[in-house]
Design a protein around this ligand. Structure first.
Ligand code: 0X9
Ligand code: ZN
Length: 417
């Protein structure tokens, strides 16, 4: 009896334990022919975690490998004459370093004002929104646009100085592990809130647009990256009993090119599209907000990391949108202002021609279904040195340069109002 109890307790403890990334590697391989490329593409239907998904022959592909799978993976790649390099040899160590920096900064700043140069939990972010609303009730408001599987509120923040203005919309944190995305969004919100009335340019922005931000559209996934698995990407939909894996990639669940290239029907895939378009509570929340705004949204940004890319639709094919000349013009102004800040180099273009296919994504939906011409995905720092574990001391420079790009972009769009 005792042993049964002990065994049960052990099972419970293991189930609640953190995912251990010790010895996990990220390996890089560059396909040089279609056979190799197709092998890598097929691997996207498995649980393998791609950090740079396969695109074209000649473009590098990065993915994470557990130490116990490494030799078999090396043999699989060898079989199609794919050579590889080890880009990171111990992701667990990188995550430990990140945690240490976060805790150190927290200790140093304990009791002081909200530290924008550190990472925060979902509760802390929502607490910050509540604080803004209390401090600037005429300017800032909070709405709950949905509830997640784990019963968290999906919160949206609105910053506005008048009614019925065109809307500038942001979705942040759709991929749980991309911590720099919510961090960048809350920093930008804080700039808008506290520079309104003091800074002429910001004042003109807030007077011209109603700014709406969803600081984390994937709160369950985000909470899970804090509590259990730092590299979780999808939401936490438990999926029906008997399904081998959990979670849906919310950024594959929108009704635009749904289920097409660059998405997977396998539940274990990191790009699992879900059982139907808008099957997920989080994507439903975004859909319903856009519907309620009835065509008022002028610009929309989906904030991601990492790769340093400013991307226009489409993601589900290699077509250029009919407004692409204008979309490209304004995107280029944004990228130039971003790069002028600290020299950070960005690539820009359409997702399907520059990056890879991704179907059912927010920004294609914004463009196609909600008719938002100025609709873009921004993949902020870095290019893979730290990847998802971008150190806290890069939050401020990342947010600053991204905002400089967006400010130049906003000023340009204002001329078209
Ligand atoms: O694959 C994705 O969902 C995005 N990249 S990430 O590494 N952050 O996962 C890119 C989506 C880009 N496509 C468009 N929204 N157009
Ligand atoms: Zn992402």
């Amino acid at each position: 009896m005792k042993t049964v109890l002990a065994a049960l307790m052990l099972v419970a403890a293991v189930a609640a334990a953190k995912v251990d990334y010790a010895g996990h590697m990220v390996i890089r391989t560059t396909p040089t022919n279609d056979v190799q490329l197709n092998l890598l593409r097929r691997m996207q239907d498995t649980a393998i975690d791609f950090w740079q998904a396969p695109t074209f022959v000649g473009r590098a592909v990065d993915f994470r490998v557990e130490p116990q799978s490494y030799s078999e993976m090396a043999r699989t790649l060898d079989a199609v004459h794919l050579t590889h390099d080890i880009l990171h040899s111990d992701i667990g160590q990188m995550i430990d370093n990140e945690q240490q920096q976060i805790l150190l900064r927290r200790a140093l700043r304990a009791g002081k004002a909200f530290d924008f140069e550190n990472y925060h939990t979902y509760e802390e972010i929502v607490g910050l929104v509540d604080q803004w609303v209390m401090d600037k009730p005429g300017l800032v408001s909070k709405s709950v646009i949905g509830t997640t599987y784990e019963r968290r509120d999906i919160v949206m923040t609105t910053i506005r100085s008048g009614l019925n203005k065109p809307v500038f919309f942001f979705d942040c944190g759709i991929h749980a592990r991309e911590w720099i995305s919510p961090a960048t969004c809350i920093w930008i919100m804080n700039e808008l809130i506290y520079k309104y009335g003091n800074d002429a340019e910001i004042t003109s922005f807030v007077d011209a647009f109603e700014w709406k931000f969803i600081p984390s559209i994937n709160p369950d996934g985000f909470a899970y990256t804090w509590s259990t698995g730092r590299l979780w990407r999808k939401n936490r939909n438990p999926l029906p009993l008997g399904t081998p894996c959990d979670g849906v990639d919310i950024n594959r669940n929108f009704a635009v090119g749904f289920g097409g290239s660059g998405a997977s029907g396998s539940t274990c895939s990191e790009i699992y599209y879900g059982k139907g378009a808008f099957s997920e509570l989080e994507s439903q929340a975004v859909r319903d907000v856009l519907a309620s705004l009835q065509g008022r949204v002028k610009a929309a940004i989906s904030m991601h990391s990492f790769s340093q890319l400013w991307l226009a639709p489409y993601g589900y094919n290699t077509q250029y949108p009919s407004n692409y000349t204008e979309m490209y013009r304004v995107m280029e102004i944004g990228v130039n202002a971003l790069t002028a800040t600290y020299g950070t180099v960005y690539e820009y273009g359409t997702t399907g021609t520059l990056l890879y296919f991704a179907s059912g994504v927010t920004t294609d939906y914004y463009y196609d279904a909600a008719q938002i011409v100025y609709s873009y995905t921004i993949e902020v720092r870095d290019t893979g040195v730290y990847g998802f574990e971008l150190p806290p001391d890069q939050i401020l420079p990342t947010a600053t340069e991204t905002w400089n790009g967006l400010k130049a972009f906003t000023a340009e769009i204002m001329k078209t109002l």
